[in-house]
Write a protein that binds this ligand. Structure first.
Ligand code: BGC
Length: 279
């Protein structure tokens, strides 16, 4: 199945992020890719971060450039402090500043607790949680240095943390992943409280089941998809563009008074669907 085929309308032709500079981590596939392209479509210049898969990242860059905005690919492992520092400082050199940090990069290393190795635990925490901390910290330094530029945005900067429904839904067999996303929720909320007086908006987007490589086995056969849809009241698997559209809106001044919130984009997965017929 072609995971890039989207059924989601892309009505956001107005360049409402024109002049803003965005960085999206993990932007060469899945939700990150759709988000980087979505931000370019509405006028932002975009840095496409990736850790492996340069060709895919360059393809995302070309697609973004087709909107008449600037983009380049940057290889960096978000869990490595020096690489994140270099990535943001290069962006400030090339684009002048950063307005939107989308801390998206994430991965799963699933195992029942008795089989889970320390390496599996550590890797997921390193990328999903430590990586978001580093990206938020480096973006914040530049937001504070520059402050608000009213012609660009009402805020001094936006941090959007890619979380998951598993920041609140426990997930057996995925304790590393669920713990990392629970951590992301508190990282986001605490930074939102700390940084709001600086006019920096920190929020999160929490996707449910989105059709991407990370969860291919959950949707790539009719049986698996039917099973998955029992957990989705809206009865469709999400597309990466469902997330990209929300991130673009959240990054814009239409959402300027939204601070410290998680927007669930999950077709109702967090509504305890098991209770629709029981309880
Ligand atoms: C996970 C997916 C999963 C979805 C819903 C996401 O955060 O990465 O593998 O399908 O949550 O359970």
């Amino acid at each position: 199945m072609d995971t890039s085929a989207s059924t989601v309308p892309q009505p956001l032709a107005h360049p409402f992020l024109k002049g803003q500079k965005a960085l999206v981590t993990g932007a060469n596939s899945g939700i990150g890719k759709a988000t980087a392209i979505g931000l370019g479509r509405v006028g932002a210049d975009v840095v496409v971060n990736y850790v492996a898969g340069r060709d895919a990242a360059e393809e995302v860059v070309r697609e973004i450039e087709s909107f008449g905005v600037r983009a380049y690919a940057h290889e960096a492992d978000v869990s490595q402090e020096d690489q994140v520092v270099d990535m943001v400082s290069r962006m400030v050199k090339e684009f002048g500043t950063i307005d939107v940090m989308v801390a998206n990069a994430g991965l799963q290393r699933d195992a029942p607790i008795t089989d889970m190795t320390m390496a599996q635990w550590q890797k997921v925490l390193d990328v999903n949680l430590n990586g978001q901390f580093l990206c938020a910290r480096e973006a914040t330094k530049e937001f504070m240095r520059r402050g608000v530029v009213p012609e660009v945005s009402r805020s001094a900067g936006k941090i959007i943390c890619m979380s998951s429904v598993h920041q609140i839904i426990p997930w057996a067999g995925h304790v590393n992943y669920a713990s990392s996303k629970g951590g992301v929720q508190m990282l986001m909320a605490t930074l939102a409280q700390e940084l709001a007086p600086h006019r920096i908006r920190v929020n999160a987007v929490a996707p449910g089941a989105i059709r991407t490589p990370i969860n291919r086995s959950a949707w790539d056969t009719p049986e698996a998809e039917a099973e998955l849809l029992r957990l989705v009241p809206y009865r469709r698997v999400g597309d990466p563009d469902d997330i990209a559209n929300v991130v673009a809106a959240l990054a814009s001044d239409f959402f300027d008074y939204v601070v410290g919130t998680t927007i669930y984009v999950d077709g109702g997965m967090t509504l305890f669907p098991g209770f629709a017929t029981g309880g």
